[in-house]
Design a protein around this ligand. Sequence first.
Ligand code: AMP
Ligand code: MG
Length: 350
Amino acid sequence: MTRLGGALPMAVLGLAMALAAGCAREPPVHSRQFLAFGTLVEVTIYGGEEQRARQAIDAVEQEFHYMHRTWHAWRPGALGRVNALLATTEWFSVAPSVRPLIVRASELSAASGGLFNPAIGRLVELWGFHQDERPAGPPPDPRQIAELLEQAPGMGDLELDGIRLRSRNPAVRLDFGAFAKGYGIDRTIELLRQRGIENAIINAGGDLRAIGRHGERPWRIGVRDPRGPGILASLEVEGDESVFTSGDYERYFEYGGVRYHHILDPRTGQPARGVTSVTVIHDEGAAADAAATALFVAGVEHWRDIARAMGIKFVMLVDASGQVYMNPAMAGRIRFEGEEPPPVTVTEAL
Ligand code: AMP
Ligand code: MG
């Protein structure tokens, strides 16, 4: 399996899908699964004509494979070329397939106060996450981390002038693993809409965007239990909404009894501590994806400030002890699925 970002184990996706697809009482539901972005993607279209749905799903699948190749963080491709040229600090023509991601990622990074920072590709690589296999450890040499932190790569180092791009900082390497899935889902939902499809869900390893309804009822979505095999909670989406979760269980290694996971705090160069998962609901998938990562880094103390700054209205955060934090709007939508609900703190409104 190849990866661009994180992935949820298939079993959990299966659960999520079981909830999303529901008991298929009302046909027809057109659906297909394929691998992209290192995870299982499922496209489901509710209602409509079979052939039209199949053609639309073909288009979505092709687009996913294209995006996967083009935005891959460590395989040769359009982003790989951009990264090699950024290191020179000279001007170059940026690929049109990469440019819009740079623009949106820069906005989201600024809004997150740099906690979502896709310019830290070298740091992600240093930790061993630029490979398909799970890294074996040990954690990187602290001096190498310190050196990178000193250079402080950020999206603000990039200068875009039409199709010309350069980095003022030679340490910038782009890794869109924290938001490409969201961006890609937005793009493919758009593709469905252009084909007149109004009721659909695109689910990539449990991260998804839904439009319309599942027949008479809304789409039901499962949120994975960060420390168990099943589902922690469920929620309903209707209209046009994205649900994205960042978790420390997606990619990690253990070394000397410590778990080192893939969501890095750009301020310390270390895996962000204290949180096991963050779930965000938002209309735009790219922003939901970036925000889930940024709020994970922000942690128990600061997630609300960053959510406000990013315009996010629904958040659920699970800390390392299993304590759940939610803003009231999110609490109104979450239903816990286990026999014993976890301890929950409902915070002040966002
Ligand atoms: P996600 O699962 O969406 O939280 O994305 C995690 C992935 O994004 C990691 O595998 C890295 O490739 C990358 N990443 C890690 N930390 C950050 C960060 N603070 N900002 C942006 N991207 C990050
Ligand atoms: Mg993310």
